[in-house]
Design a protein around this ligand. Structure first.
Ligand code: MD6
Ligand code: FE
Length: 214
């Protein structure tokens, strides 16, 4: 099935999970990357830790918008309005991302958090659900930049069957409805597949609604 949104065609991967291949063109990707570099200068990438064990993540993160997702050994997974080391508010979300959310996500309010994940070529992300948000009626929108990755998507139970597919620079994925709580992860980065980041690696942005609409 394909869903046409404006000039952009989405491919249904499974109910509620839609891929918009190359949704951002090269100029948009470069603009977004420039915005991210400016944001990271203010809100440096940090390495989160698993709750309780303190095991470091292989990705480094920062956030944009009123709230940001953080995790450390003592506090666990949570959203907070400030950067964990600078104590400053997160940089604002670029207009391009707010517009993208409004175009692609049928949700009555703006995103409140944009989690920025930076993957070195050796980094990966284990199979997980995103469930630290109050309202699962709101989709999560993901944008990929830089090197491609092999992305894995399953169902609402960890033991459900999974499928994997490539995500390339400029691709957008929306997890909504029956896929909002689908398990997903990044098996590996396909190093050297993009020249967008001269230093290599992959950036993934996830836009989230954290609180409900009341
Ligand atoms: C990544 N993405 O693509 C990791 N989460 O690097 C996610 O964890 C994710 O792509 C929620 C919704 C869409 C996603
Ligand atoms: Fe996720």
């Amino acid at each position: 099935m394909t869903t046409k949104i404006g000039e952009h065609r989405g491919v249904t991967i499974q109910p509620g999970a839609t891929l918009f291949p190359a949704r951002l063109d090269r100029a948009e990707q470069e603009q977004l990357l420039a915005d991210l570099r400016a944001a990271i200068a203010e809100a440096p990438l940090f390495r989160p830790e698993m709750p309780k064990t303190g095991k470091p993540f292989s990705v480094r993160m920062t956030n944009l918008g009123p709230l940001g997702w953080v995790s450390d050994r003592l506090g666990g997974y949570r959203y907070q309005p400030t950067h964990p080391t600078t104590g400053q508010p997160w940089p604002k979300m670029p207009r391009l991302l707010l517009d993208l959310w409004a175009e692609v996500c049928a949700y009555p309010g703006p995103p409140e958090a944009c989690l920025v994940n930076f993957y070195e070529p050796s980094a990966k992300m284990g199979l997980h659900q995103d469930r630290d948000e109050a309202d699962f009626a709101a989709p999560i929108l993901s944008v990929s930049l830089g090197d491609s990755c092999r992305f894995r998507l399953g169902g609402a139970d960890r033991s459900d069957p999974t499928r994997s597919f490539e995500l390339n620079s400029g691709d957008v994925v929306v997890l909504a409805g029956p896929s909002r709580l689908a398990f997903h992860g990044v098996d590996r980065i396909l190093a050297g597949t993009s020249r967008l980041l001269p230093e290599g690696g992959r950036v993934n942005l996830t836009l989230r609604r954290v609180t409900g609409m009341g």
